[in-house]
Design a protein around this ligand. Structure first.
Ligand SMILES: C=C1C[C@]23C[C@@]1(O)CC[C@H]2[C@@]12CC[C@H](O)[C@@](C)(C(=O)O1)[C@H]2[C@@H]3C(=O)O
Ligand SMILES: O=C(O)CCC(=O)C(=O)O
Ligand SMILES: [Fe+2]
Length: 340
């Protein structure tokens, strides 16, 4: 029988032999063994944005701004993306991940976009128990990238377009709420750097010691996430990890590092992680709204907290830090003044 799962358990075993015993590595989830708090993300009905009443439009925009400042995360309904498109995309995603592992790893499928685990991990707590297709938007329409997965192409094209429109709409609303033109990101956001990430979190026999996706902030302007009903996403709220109550009928939006820098810390790029699940597999798809590599990310107000930097510079620094230390440092590297 062919196996579609990547050899995560083998990798985990190797990492355990390298260092401390798994008991010692148990993560401190910051809640002293107490049951983790489950939270309902702020729920925003985007219908308000198209309302004839100016008052309703402003109320909706200000709810988006408030959630981005307070939580860095919110969920949306009436976002304009057809539910059938979402479920077709999910069906194609499942089909894709059911492909035998060897084929996913070896073939050129979707421009060699397949990833699994964490190649740079040096200990179990740096391992992400997941596999993903990390697909640049520019490849979504290329017929040659799909091989035998031709039915995926059409769905993914429509899905990427819809997510891209929604991401730009929300970025515009957030810019406008800070008193800027809603089109500010239209010129700098770039198909060449935006990407879709199809995630699968296989059941994990060594859970709960393992992350599905290690703690991180996103390195983009904003991310839109379409997740299933399994749950596992957690975010940092008031210095504590809280579990996000899954709702498969909403899309989750989170602020990335670049928006935090651009907004001079008004909007928060919040740390999040995914916990592995012992029994159930989990699927999610994330759309990352990014600028071109040579775009300057400067702050929209004075006095500026971060120095000006290009997205290319930021990506390179993140990759360098992850390679050298296993961790992303992110925005603190770009502070104008450090507190030490
Ligand atoms: C090892 C890492 C690469 C990553 C940042 C991180 O420290 C942890 C998660 C990784 C991830 C996952 C989702 C996105 O693809 C990504 C761009 C992100 O923001 O977090 C990557 C990071 C990366 O490759 O820069
Ligand atoms: O799968 C999830 O819930 C989160 C995925 C995520 O954080 C990412 O891909 O950056
Ligand atoms: Fe993320």
């Amino acid at each position: 029988m062919t196996n579609s799962n990547p050899p995560l358990l083998q990798h985990y075993g190797v990492l355990c032999q390298h260092g401390e015993t798994p008991a010692v590595q148990q993560r401190d989830c910051g809640n002293n063994g107490a049951a983790m708090e489950e939270c309902q993300l702020p729920l925003i009905d985007l219908e308000g944005l198209w309302s004839e009443s100016e008052e309703e439009r402003l109320a909706c925009a200000s709810a988006i701004g408030r959630a981005s400042s307070k939580w860095g995360f919110f969920q949306v309904v009436n976002h304009g993306i057809r539910p059938e498109l979402l479920s077709e995309m999910r069906r194609e995603q499942v089909k894709l991940f059911e492909t035998p592992f060897e084929r996913k790893a070896a073939c050129q499928l979707l421009d060699n976009s397949y990833r699994w685990g964490t190649p740079t991990a040096t200990c179990p707590k740096e391992l992400s128990w997941s596999e993903a297709f990390h697909i640049p938007l520019t490849k979504v329409s290329e017929e040659a990238c799909y091989g035998e997965f031709c039915s995926l192409r059409e769905v993914m094209q429509e899905f990427a377009k819809a997510m891209s429109n929604l991401a730009r709409l929300l970025a515009g609303v957030l810019a406008e709420s800070l008193g800027h033109q809603k089109g500010v990101f239209d010129e700098i956001c770039d198909e060449n750097t935006c990407f879709l990430r199809l995630n699968r979190y296989p059941p994990c026999p060594v859970s709960p010691e393992v992350f599905g996706l290690v703690p991180h902030t996103d390195s983009d302007f904003l991310t839109i996430l379409y997740q299933d009903e399994v749950g596992g996403l957690q975010l940092m709220k008031d210095s504590k990890w809280v579990a996000v109550k899954p709702n498969k009928d909403t899309l989750i939006v989170n602020i990335g590092d670049l928006f935090q820098a651009w907004s001079n810390n008004e909007y928060k790029s919040v740390e999040h992680q995914v916990m592995a699940n012992a029994i159930k597999e989990r699927y999610s798809i994330a759309y990352f709204l990014c600028p071109s590599y040579d775009a300057f990310i400067g702050s929209c107000s004075e006095p500026t907290i971060y120095r000006k930097f290009t997205f290319g510079e930021y990506r390179q620094q993140v990759q360098e830090d992850v390679k050298k230390t296993g961790h992303k440092v992110g925005l603190p590297r770009f502070l104008l003044q450090t507190t030490q």
